[in-house]
Design a protein around this ligand. Sequence first.
Ligand SMILES: NC(=O)c1ccc[n+]([C@@H]2O[C@H](COP(=O)([O-])OP(=O)(O)OC[C@H]3O[C@@H](n4cnc5c(N)ncnc54)[C@H](OP(=O)(O)O)[C@@H]3O)[C@@H](O)[C@H]2O)c1
Length: 295
Amino acid sequence: MKIGLIGAGKVGFSLGKLFVENGLPVAGYFSRTPGSAAEAAKFTGTHHFDTMQSLIEACDVLFLTVPDGSIGSVWAKIREFHLAGKLICHCSGSISSTVFCGIDECGAFGFSVHPLLAVSDRYGSYRKLPDALFTIEGSKARLSDVCALLSVCGCRFQVIEAKNKVRYHAAAVMASNLVVALTDCAIGLLSKCGFSDDDARAALSPLMRGNLDAVLEKGPAAALTGPIERGDIETVKKHLDALEEAPGIREVYRILSLRAAEVARSAHPQRDDTALLDLLKHCPEEGDEGKGFLQ
Ligand SMILES: NC(=O)c1ccc[n+]([C@@H]2O[C@H](COP(=O)([O-])OP(=O)(O)OC[C@H]3O[C@@H](n4cnc5c(N)ncnc54)[C@H](OP(=O)(O)O)[C@@H]3O)[C@@H](O)[C@H]2O)c1
């Protein structure tokens, strides 16, 4: 089955290279900017196509590796061509294969195929793709063909339902983007203690790396440490008082501490955490949310 990619960006480059490196037949690329397609073709040792139609005619499997906001419009264009029997995949985490409306009438089969990985580099990220888990969702009739493509490349995958895509993507955002936001809060607080940005990141590195290793290896209940885990309500109160100066960060601290208290409860079911929960359930003043976030 010949593979073609529409959209020569980070994921297009990386997936194409992964397929080629694993001996899969890749016809090549079409992209909005001809130079991007030419560059991807050079990188992968494949071809660049001047029109969508010529790429589509050369392929049995099409990956639409365009930004999420362009998947619908690209689909609207390609469905004008003869697609019978072809597999049409996009790589969005939050959009399902239902974006390919009318695909049954075209005789084609639609999928979303999402690598759970930050793909940041057109030339280097393909090396990390075999470590990533892919989620696949779409037409049951040809699902095994898409799974086989990934298996050949040594990639792990999990089949999910279309109705769970947004929930799944929210989980991915929490585990990656929101950890970045939380780290930014910590760096902001350390800068108020006199740390430079570089020193703050260096200081946080062993703490964050050790914590991440522990939570991924042992699970949240076994990995949790700190005042909430110890039931140290006085320290939590001092933190909340100190964060009065930055109400947005205080609110983040309060809400995540409530979740940490739930985790701690599963580790210490006998402990009375009523006072701690009362303290944390205190609502912020109206209009406080978001203000002073970076102070
Ligand atoms: N980056 C990640 O970490 C990541 C991870 C998992 C999944 N994804 C998903 O992968 C998909 C692609 O993301 P990306 O990060 O690779 O984006 P990207 O780096 O911005 O690349 C998108 C490419 O598509 C081309 N393009 C845009 N509109 C087009 C159109 N109408 N027709 C043809 N080509 C068009 C772009 O234009 P030019 O031809 O002008 O260069 C660009 O090369 C998205 O669905 C995204 O959600 C991304």
